[in-house]
Design a protein around this ligand. Structure first.
Ligand code: CO
Length: 298
């Protein structure tokens, strides 16, 4: 990997590690998740990064793709499992990390963090992806829990938040191997027993797919912003409201752009039987001594 690219990854990772430390000092019951999201995204910019996607804040069975609405009134309650999935990029090079907060000691959080560490320990150039998956899954099952079967770890790249390879959290026969210099995110999700996510409301997050002719002026602005400012990476209605477009016009334009296949949406993913979910994630550069770029500096 070029020196400059690695520097950008490391900078992005440091920013997310530092913000995690700040979040854990400030998060508490009674806080609005909107306030938390705005804090995380503002600090990302303050520290010289950009959000790689709207920060995801998933409570309990809400597992992924929930970012607060512009007027979101949701408040953190004692006992909630609060998953924070935060992506930072520097010149497009993405550090993706997630962690789970709860006021109470929670065994699932302990299990998911342990499973992530076991997965990281299995990483080396030439290792089969199936071996990394097995390390994660064995750690989860020996703690007496299950994983969300249909969510996986993934590769990262410049302006790419979900690239190859796919790294399942369940045992598999994949013969694919990790190579020196690959940048990957390991991302286990733990619940009481094996679970599955399904698509659900609301739709807050979108990303650019392809240019299309559009007549509605707001749709043209949104499509242009999606391609040129967000560079094809996910964005949300809340960010467009801040640009001064009315929420009603945003919803109307986004529906039209999605129908035209100019944009795609990321519906919220919930555990289908309502089980609570804990998550942990780090971004790692594959090497003889793997570098976990999103780990907070000691
Ligand atoms: Co990820």
């Amino acid at each position: 990997m070029e020196e400059k690219i690695l520097e950008n990854y490391i900078k992005a990772g440091r920013i997310s590690g530092q913000i995690k430390a700040e979040v854990l000092q400030t998060i508490k019951p009674g806080m609005k998740i909107l306030e938390l999201a705005e804090f995380i995204e503002k600090r990302t910019l303050d520290l010289g990064g950009k959000p790689a996607f709207p920060v995801n804040i998933g409570i309990n069975d809400i597992t992924a793709h929930y970012t607060p609405k512009a007027d979101d009134a949701t408040v953190i309650k004692a006992g909630d499992l609060i998953k924070i999935d935060h992506g930072v990029h520097v010149d497009g090079w993405v550090a993706d990390m997630a962690y789970t907060y709860c006021t109470d000691k929670n065994e699932m959080i302990k299990a998911v963090e342990h499973a992530l560490n076991e997965g990281i320990k299995a990483i080396r150039p030439g290792v089969k992806i199936s071996e990394v998956s097995r390390a994660i899954n064995d750690a989860v099952t020996s703690a007496g829990f299950g994983v969300v079967v249909n969510l996986t770890g993934h590769g990262l790249g410049q302006y790419v938040i979900h690239g190859p390879p796919t790294i399942p959290n369940v045992k598999n026969e994949s013969a694919d191997v990790l190579k020196e210099g690959d940048v990957i995110a390991l991302e286990p999700f733990v619940c009481e027993k094996n679970g599955y996510v399904k698509e659900s409301e609301p739709y807050e997050i979108y990303s650019f797919m392809q240019p299309k002719p559009v007549r509605l002026p707001e749709a043209r602005v949104i499509l242009d912003t999606a391609g040129n400012e967000y560079m094809g990476m996910p964005f949300c209605k809340r960010w467009l409201v801040k640009k001064g477009i009315s929420p009603f016009k945003i919803s109307f334009a986004l529906r039209q752009l999605e129908t035209n296949e100019a944009l795609k949406s990321y519906p919220v993913l919930k555990e289908r039987s309502g089980m609570k979910v804990a998550q942990a994630e780090h971004t790692i550069v594959v090497a003889e001594k793997p570098s976990v770029i999103t780990r907070a500096p000691e």
